[in-house]
Design a protein around this ligand. Structure first.
Ligand code: FUB
Length: 372
């Protein structure tokens, strides 16, 4: 099952977290719609038994996940998935992640007031979309904001779309077709200091990456990736064209090597790529971080080039409560932060809540492991 941890947050945890939220956090909601889903479990007071969490949910009146954060115009904008309860049964394909729209969130600073800007894009307004609006990302260039989103097309194949807006909080208008040559899930766009932009994407199992091994979609491929001592399936990276809506040339594999320079193997499940890639640059080095999925870690690998190959370096975050997490990393006011999610508010793997904590490094640039 895609929820082996399936840890239910005890009522005491809810009591503690909601009380803390009420005391410490003011959340402003704009243009809120009936599509939002309020956490349904009423908290009961028993703080003595509350487990400890490193951070508290950034928003508690809707469920959010997969937070892609960016600093635009000096403000922090968060582009998360908007989790909802649809009653879909849980399975390894992730059918229970049946999200339909996006809400964009913003705050002036870490720890500041969070604003929910309401629905920025809905599946019904994406002409080619079928179902499951998964983890998005955003970019800004020449006065336009770009929202990149994975959604299954009407044939139930994940593709990546792009939508544009003149403001970072949207609303966004989707292009009529998916990006040519795109597939799978979890787009993450990195804009380098030389002006070039790259999209990293891909995810195993429900993310369908294993169905693209021959270069085209293979509907008969197994549900899961190859196993054993064969090279692991890797994320993909494509350079974006000047219009930010197309790939400029063919997409490539994001190769991840071990300390001996050999490709990570599929059997190396605590280090190999699973989903949720993110690229950031620190001191001239490129850090590709990602989720190991069924081993529940966030890990990273480093390269001198944005397209790799990357060398595996270590664990960024130990497992969260929930099946896995999905992250982004930004710098704000001289400090580095990691946005991630867990299931503190609901205890359900498909009803998640986003969080943020500081990312600390050692003098050599290596990242300290976070225990969430
Ligand atoms: O939110 C749906 C999927 O779950 C994302 O695309 C993955 O990264 C995982 O977080």
């Amino acid at each position: 099952m895609r929820n082996p941890l399936n840890l239910k947050a005890p009522a005491a945890a809810l009591a503690a977290s909601l009380a803390l939220l009420a005391a410490c956090q003011s959340t402003e909601t704009k243009q809120e719609t009936t599509a939002t889903t309020a956490p349904s479990e009423a908290p009961k007071a028993d703080s003595a038994a509350a487990p400890k969490y490193l951070s508290q949910p950034l928003i508690s009146n809707i469920y959010t996940a997969d937070p892609s954060a960016h600093v635009f115009d000096g403000k922090i904008y968060i582009y998360p998935s908007h989790d909802i309860e649809t009653g879909m049964p849980e399975n390894d394909k992730g059918d229970h992640f049946a999200m339909r729209d996006y809400h964009i969130l913003s705050m002036d600073s870490i720890g500041g007031k969070l604003t929910d800007h309401g629905v920025a894009l809905d599946t019904k307004d994406i002409p080619w979309a079928g179902r499951q609006l998964w983890a998005p990302d955003a970019a800004f260039k020449n006065g336009t904001y770009y929202l990149y989103f994975p959604v299954k097309d009407k044939q139930d194949v994940f593709r990546i779309g792009v939508a544009t807006s003149k403001t970072p909080a949207g609303p966004f208008k989707a292009e009529a077709t998916p990006m040519a040559g795109s597939f799978s899930i979890d787009p993450a766009v990195f804009q380098d200091t030389d002006g070039k932009a790259y999209m990293y994407f891909g995810g195993l199992w429900g993310g369908q990456l294993q169905r693209w091994q021959k270069g085209t979609y293979d509907a008969n491929a197994p549900e899961k990736e190859p196993n054993g001592d064969v090279p692991a399936l890797n994320a993909r990276v494509g350079k974006l064209a000047a219009d930010m809506k197309h790939f400029d040339g063919p997409v490539q594999e994001v190769k991840i090597l071990d300390e001996a320079g050999k490709p990570l193997l599929a059997s190396d499940t605590k280090r190999r790529f699973f989903e949720g890639g993110w690229l950031h640059k620190y001191n001239g080095k490129y850090y590709f971080s990602y989720s190991t999925g069924d081993t529940h870690l966030l890990v990273y690998a480093v390269s001198d080039k944005p397209t790799g190959p990357f060398t595996y370096k270590g664990v960024i975050m130990q497992p969260v409560e929930g099946w896995t997490t999905h992250h982004s990393i930004i710098e704000k006011d001289g400090k580095w932060y990691i946005f991630y999610h867990d299931t503190q508010l609901s205890g359900k793997t498909w009803l998640r809540n986003i969080k943020v904590t500081e990312l600390k490094r050692r003098a050599d640039g290596s990242i300290e492991t976070i225990v969430p």
